[in-house]
Design a protein. Structure first.
Length: 339
């Protein structure tokens, strides 16, 4: 128990060290194959209980093991995710599913990342509607920038014919300027990133902001994570407030929420609503965030259409309940409630 985290973890680097230690502490517990299956099922249950109907999660796919010493490959890990997801959707038809982004580590060698990219291409070809792309994760300030892995990351486009492997890069997770960390934003765009994770430094690069808007590339914003990692102390000063006010393509998501015992998404939405939006913001702000999460997902068009239909029905029910609870002049059965 840490009673004074601001003193114990005084800067971003110390927080990252504790962050990494947490994952190493729990890895051997959750990566045992039978436990990992139950662990992911429980993950889906918690997201659904928080009224999240669809997720795209990052995973290394590596390290799942059995007691006989077998350490399974990435395809085994992906298939495990897929089997659990398929079973969960069958059990809960109001849940729209899950997809996987294969994530590598920024402290890996260039050769290892090349092998991961090749494997990601293979899995993307074989499971195109489930394994949706590749990312690099880890502390951008202390580990390698995207440019360090440029040959590996260009490998798909150098094939004949070129192969389109979607990238979902963490980029610009810093409050500094003129560093290799915020340079990652430029390289992410040059590598045709489908989405950008964090993009915290984007506000300081007008030309890059213009490209993001022009290409309609969504930025994944993680308000709680940004505060925990000491990027911002007062979320009202979060750089994404300016982008949200300017109607940028933004999605709000959670980042390792279980680490600090936050809900899967509600707490990040709460912070976004209370701190990142204007004081005059209302339900339309939250509604647009929810719509964006479907609009900018990697679901196929028919999947998006079905997901929107499910979401709209839940939204309408929610609005009716609010009206019935707070507006005395609304007919009790909801027939006179104008949505």
């Amino acid at each position: 128990m840490v009673t004074d985290p601001q003193t114990t973890y005084a800067d971003n680097g110390q927080i990252w060290i504790r962050f990494a230690r947490y994952f190493s502490q729990v890895a051997n517990m959750v990566f045992y194959a039978p436990i990992f299956r139950d662990y992911f099922w429980r993950n889906l249950e918690e997201f659904r209980a928080d009224n999240v109907q669809y997720i795209e999660l990052r995973s290394s796919l590596e390290g799942v093991f059995d007691l006989d010493g077998t350490v399974h490959d990435e395809e085994f890990g992906l298939q495990l995710y897929k089997n659990v997801t398929d079973e969960f959707v069958k059990a809960f038809p109001d849940f729209s599913g899950a997809k996987i982004i294969r994530s590598g580590s920024r402290n890996s060698s260039a050769d290892k990342i090349l092998e991961e990219v090749k494997t990601a291409m293979y899995l993307h070809k074989k499971y195109p509607n489930f394994m949706i792309g590749y990312d690099l994760v880890g502390n951008e300030a202390y580990f390698n920038p995207l440019l360090f892995y440029i040959e590996a990351l260009l490998y798909p486009s150098m094939q004949n014919p070129p192969y389109e492997l979607p990238y979902f890069f963490h980029a610009g997770e810093t409050n500094w300027q003129g560093t290799s960390t915020d340079d990652n934003l430029a390289d992410a765009l040059l590598l045709n990133a489908t989405r950008i994770g964090h993009g915290y430094a984007l506000i300081k690069h007008p030309k890059l902001r213009h490209l993001v808007r022009e290409r309609n590339i969504p930025v994944e914003v993680n308000p709680i994570s940004n505060q925990v990692l000491h990027l911002v102390s007062d979320p009202r000063n979060h750089p994404m407030t300016a982008l949200m006010a300017d109607n940028f393509p933004i999605v709000v998501s959670s980042d390792d929420c279980a680490t600090w015992e936050a809900l899967p998404l509600s707490h990040d939405y709460y912070m976004a609503f209370m701190d990142l939006s204007g004081q005059d913001a209302d339900l339309t702000f939250l509604k647009q965030l929810a719509i964006n999460s479907i609009k900018y997902s990697q679901m196929e068009q028919h999947e998006k259409k079905r997901a929107m239909k499910l979401w709209q029905a839940k939204w309408d029910t929610f609005i009716k309940q609010i009206i019935l609870e707070y507006l005395l002049d609304c007919d009790y059965n909801g027939s006179k409630c104008d949505l």
